[in-house]
Design a protein around this ligand. Structure first.
Ligand code: ZN
Length: 305
């Protein structure tokens, strides 16, 4: 069964006008349901991260400022959302959802979060629409609780996962692989375990060639017992922030390759969504929906045999 984390709170919309397309959080589940890819049974409502769980990854100072809503304006501005108690609660549910997805992935091979991939969040501050770092929190919880021993983060968001790289810099049990635009935010990059920097206008063939040369080797060398896959769709040519030139088909093939690699290697994969900022929301929703459709096909369709 494909377990999918979803909660009303994911689509909590802040009163400020901003570039973040919140409507995708409603449109993706609706489209998948209406076309019959999934049913209501696939969804689970994530629980809320405890303070103790937050502190596995974030500093007490940062958490205190979020909890008491005393984050100074100059620290709130880079996050890009208006700081409200509800936004903090949203972040706690998203991060816990990613952890629960990892546990479900151990059971079913794959599980997916209809949010998450908040990879610009550092231990002591947030930025780029990211309050808490869901994948790093989930990784730390898995490691602390003996639920995983070696984790591979495959971050294919067009923006470097600078928060992941920073938080996991001294954690040998987590390997951070990020493939991202060289000339894109964040302009001051952190050092991941493996960074592949892409030129502007990188096309399908170049992108997929690099990925297919790299991922199988990493799976062998790192030998993870958990993979987090950030399947952001801001790699699309239509993306306002992406600067790459992938087609929808190229993005589909990227997802197919990553999910098939995990399946063939028998490694659980927890998928988080990350960014997507195409002018036409349909480009964003359709590309994200493809990831869910592929997950169903690759992991659960038995008709092919
Ligand atoms: Zn991004």
């Amino acid at each position: 069964m494909l377990k999918i984390a979803y909660s009303e709170i994911f689509r909590y919309s802040v009163p400020d006008k901003h570039r973040f397309p919140m409507q995708k959080y409603t449109m993706i589940p609706e489209r998948l349901l209406s076309e019959g890819t999934i049913s209501q049974d696939n969804f689970f409502a994530p629980a809320c991260l405890s303070e103790e769980e937050i502190l596995t990854t974030h500093t007490a100072e940062y958490w205190h400022k979020l909890k008491t809503q005393t984050l100074p304006r100059k620290e709130a501005r880079p996050i890009g959302f208006e700081m409200t108690p509800r936004l903090v609660e949203r972040g706690r549910h998203i991060a816990y959802a990613t952890y629960q997805c990892a546990l479900y992935a151990k059971e079913y091979g794959i599980a997916m979060n209809v949010a998450g991939g908040t990879h610009h969040s550092f231990a002591d501050h947030g930025e780029g629409f990211c309050v808490f770092n869901d994948v790093c929190i989930a990784s730390n919880l898995l490691l602390n609780r003996g639920e995983a021993s070696k984790i591979l983060i495959v971050d294919l968001d067009v923006h470097q996962g600078n928060g992941n790289a920073s938080i996991m810099a001294d954690e040998p049990r987590v390997f951070v692989f990020s493939m991202h635009g060289a000339k894109n935010y964040p302009f001051r990059k952190q050092v991941s375990d493996l960074d592949i920097e892409l030129d502007n206008d990188t096309d399908d063939a170049t992108y997929l060639g690099l990925l297919k040369d790299t991922l199988p080797r990493l799976i062998t060398e790192v030998a993870p017992d958990m993979i987090f896959y950030q399947s952001a769709v801001d790699v699309l040519a239509t993306d306002k922030l992406g600067k790459l030139a992938l087609t929808r088909e190229g993005c589909y093939e990227r997802d197919r390759f990553v999910l098939s690699q995990a399946k063939e290697a028998g490694i659980p994969v927890a998928v988080v969504m990350g960014g997507g900022y195409s002018e036409d929301i349909d480009d964003v929703v359709e590309a994200h929906c493809n990831t869910f459709r592929l997950a169903q096909q690759i992991f659960f369709d038995t008709a092919a045999d």
